[in-house]
Design a protein around this ligand. Structure first.
Ligand SMILES: C[S@@+](CC[C@H](N)C(=O)[O-])C[C@H]1O[C@@H](n2cnc3c(N)ncnc32)[C@H](O)[C@@H]1O
Length: 284
C-alpha cells in the first residue's frame, strides 16, 4: 500500500483526503464522468434548470453534472476541493467552448455569497462527504429564494452491479479478499435510503422536497479492463482494497471481469451494469 492509500484507509469512516481524489482525477475524467451525462441531464430537468439560469455544481469533479448543465445553456460555476479535478474540468470546458468555470472550494464552506444561484446541484458529491448536513446547508444558503437544490446519490448498495462484479472477480482470484468492511457502512451510501435523503433536504431548509427513485446510472463497458478502470477511477476506495495485490493477481481479476462482461453482453456489443439512484430536489 502506498503512503497515500494508507492515509486514506486510516482517514476515519473511509473519507478519502483530497490527494486521493487528485490521484484518480484523470481516470474519473476519462472513464467515469462521460458516462454520467444521460442521468445528469435527467436530474437537471427534474430540478427545472432552464437555459440562461445560473447553476452551481458542488463537488463537481471533472464535470459530470456541470458539462451537461452548460450544454443545456446554463451559466455554470463548478466547485471541487481537488485541484486536479478542476484542471480536467477546465480543459473540457475550453475544448467545448462552454459557459462554465471551475474553482477549487471545499463544499463544507463555500466561498460564495448568499442567495445567488437559480439551481445548485451535486452529483455523487455531497452524497459522500463527512458533514453532509453542513454541506447541504451551504448549498441552500447560496441558492436564490425560490431556486432549486438538486442532490443525486446512489440508492441501495445491494443493487450496485459494478461493485458486486468487482468484489466477486477479486474473490475468484484471491478467495480471502474482503470488500468494504460491513461494520462501517460507506459514507457513499449514507443517503441510499430515499427517506433519509428527503429528511436531510428538509432539515437543510428546503420545502416541496421530492426524491425520484426511477433512474439508474448505466455503466457501459466492452472489456474487463474498462470495468476495472471505471471502478478504480470512480472512487479512491477500490484502489485501496486492491493495493496489496500483486500485478499477476490484478491481471487475473481483469481477466475474470472480462469473462463477466462477455457473459453479460452475450458476446456481442457492450455490457451495461446499473446502479440505482435517488434524485432529490427541493425549493428554497
Ligand atoms: C464521486 S466524485 C463526483 C464528481 C462529479 N460530481 C461527477 O459526478 O462527475 C466525488 C467528488 O467529490 C469531491 N469532494 C470530496 N470531498 C469534497 C469536499 N469536502 N469539498 C469539495 N469536493 C469534495 C471529490 O474531489 C470528487 O471530485
Amino acid at each position: 500500500m502506498t503512503d497515500l492509500q494508507q492515509d486514506t484507509a486510516q482517514h476515519g469512516e473511509h473519507t478519502a483526503p483530497v490527494e486521493a481524489w487528485d490521484a484518480i482525477a484523470a481516470l474519473y475524467d476519462q472513464h467515469v464522468a462521460p458516462g454520467e451525462s444521460e442521468v445528469a441531464t435527467a436530474g437537471l430537468r427534474l430540478a427545472g434548470l432552464q437555459a440562461g439560469d445560473t447553476f452551481l455544481d458542488v463537488a463537481a469533479g471533472p464535470g459530470g453534472l456541470s458539462l451537461p448543465a452548460a450544454r443545456l445553456g446554463a451559466k455554470v460555476l463548478a466547485t471541487d476541493w481537488s485541484p486536479k479535478m478542476i484542471e480536467h474540468l477546465n480543459a473540457r470546458v475550453a475544448a467545448e467552448g462552454l459557459d462554465a468555470e471551475g474553482r477549487v472550494m471545499d463544499c463544507h464552506a463555500l466561498d460564495l455569497p448568499n442567495d445567488t444561484y437559480d439551481v445548485t446541484g451535486s452529483l455523487f458529491g455531497v452524497m459522500l462527504v463527512p458533514d453532509q448536513a453542513q454541506a447541504l446547508r451551504e448549498m441552500v444558503r447560496v441558492t436564490k429564494p425560490g431556486g432549486h437544490v438538486l442532490v443525486m446519490a446512489y440508492g441501495s448498495p445491494s443493487e450496485f452491479e459494478a461493485l458486486h462484479a468487482f468484489i466477486a472477480a477479486a474473490q475468484a482470484v484471491v478467495p480471502e479478499f474482503e470488500g468494504p468492511a460491513e461494520d462501517e457502512p460507506l459514507l457513499e451510501f449514507q443517503v441510499a435510503d430515499p427517506d433519509v435523503l428527503r429528511q436531510r433536504l428538509i432539515d437543510a431548509g428546503l420545502r416541496d422536497v421530492t426524491v425520484d427513485t426511477n433512474h439508474h446510472e448505466r455503466i457501459t463497458v466492452r472489456t474487463g479492463q474498462q470495468l476495472w478502470d471505471w471502478t478504480i477511477g470512480s472512487n479512491p476506495i477500490p484502489g485501496i482494497l486492491v493495493a496489496d495485490l500483486t500485478d499477476r493477481q490484478r491481471a487475473d481479476i481483469i481477466q475474470v471481469l472480462d469473462g463477466m462482461v462477455r457473459e453479460r453482453s452475450g458476446g456481442d456489443g457492450p455490457a451495461v451494469l446499473t446502479a440505482p439512484l435517488n434524485i432529490g430536489v427541493g425549493t428554497k
